[in-house]
Design a protein around this ligand. Structure first.
Ligand SMILES: [Zn+2]
Length: 332
């Protein structure tokens, strides 16, 4: 009986122990699970918060980066434009310029002017600038008259001179053009179409030689510091065939050619050319519609002997550009 009772108590004790163990095991499990759930919820929340934060910071970064990009691009563009301007200036300074130093304020690189003519409103030139150009001088009659008119108006122009025109008599006129702050361009040595463009095709070697000798002829008068970087083809680049090789040859000599996008009709045949100042002004206005509008106008005129009507009309041409808010620039 006593033995049996002992065994019985042991059984009861073990059962209670098992129940207690089972209870705590279940409790432990449910507590841990609840904790896990809570932790996982917190984690999920924090993950989504993190993702949202990342996304927002990415958006913010993207916006900032985009702003930075725009700022960087425009500052890079400004820096590039400034660098190219400085490079052009220092290059010109190293090898000479086609105008006195004071003219730097209103001198524009021919490459920029050509870009503005070819692709309007894309060049670094953002204001209206007119370039009055006078071909076929110098001489002792009309060139000094043009100089007087420009001086009285307080504006500057570009003279595309022909080498053979330079002589002891005309040298002081060329010097006066340069000293007054005008720019000097080259317009060949002979101006002879049959030599420069036999059968209307550019003769590269002839053009190259005439460019060299015209440069040398001007340097004889203005000194070895002078160097022109601009060339106008007699008759205009657009009039002739096969000039690609000549263009390359000129560029090796540091010369870039330029035509025009305005004219006064003083190079037409006697039957076609304007006979009065009013007719010349009308011709000039019509010429503006022939070329696309842009920030620049390069006006073709002639200061050669016989171009008296151009000289007479010049003050009114200047007035036209003044009235329309143009700056007066020179080509370099
Ligand atoms: Zn000419």
């Amino acid at each position: 009986m006593r033995k049996f009772r002992n065994w019985h108590w042991w059984l009861i004790f073990l059962s209670i122990l098992l129940i207690v163990i089972a209870f705590f095991s279940v409790k432990l499990y449910t507590d841990r699970h609840a904790a896990d759930m809570a932790a996982s919820k917190t984690h999920a929340k924090s993950v989504s918060e993190h993702e949202a934060a990342v996304a927002s910071s990415r958006r913010h970064a993207a916006r900032k980066a985009s702003k930075r990009h725009v700022a960087a691009v425009s500052s890079r563009r400004r820096a590039a434009a400034e660098a190219s301007r400085k490079e052009a200036q220092s290059k010109a300074a190293q090898v000479g310029q086609n105008h006195i130093a004071e003219a730097n304020q209103y001198a524009y690189p021919v490459a920029q002017v050509k870009q503005e003519m070819d692709a309007p409103y894309t060049s670094p030139i953002k204001e209206n600038v007119v370039f009055l150009t006078f071909d076929d001088g110098p001489n002792t009659v009309n060139s000094p008259k043009v100089l007087d008119i420009l001086s009285q108006a307080g504006v500057h122009g570009t003279f595309f001179v022909v080498g053979k025109q330079i002589s002891p008599e005309t040298a002081p006129v060329l010097k006066a053009e340069y000293d007054a702050g005008h720019a000097i361009g080259l317009h060949s040595m002979t101006h002879d179409y049959s030599l420069l463009y036999p059968s209307r095709v550019g003769a590269t070697a002839v053009i190259e030689n005439e460019a060299k000798s015209a440069q040398a002829a001007v340097q004889q008068v203005l000194g070895s510091d002078f160097r022109s970087h601009i060339w106008r083809y007699p008759g205009g680049h657009f009039s002739w065939k096969g000039l690609a090789a000549a263009d390359v040859a000129l560029s090796r000599l540091g010369l870039d050619w330029i035509d025009w996008d305005a004219a006064v009709g003083d190079a037409l045949s006697p039957a076609q050319e304007p006979k009065t100042e009013d007719a010349m002004l009308q011709y000039h206005l019509r010429s503006l519609n022939v070329y696309p509008a842009s920030n620049v106008r390069v006006v073709l005129m002639h200061d050669a002997l016989g171009k008296d009507l151009t000289v007479k009309t010049l003050p009114r041409i200047i007035q036209y550009y003044r009235d329309n808010g143009y700056k007066f620039g020179v080509l370099e």
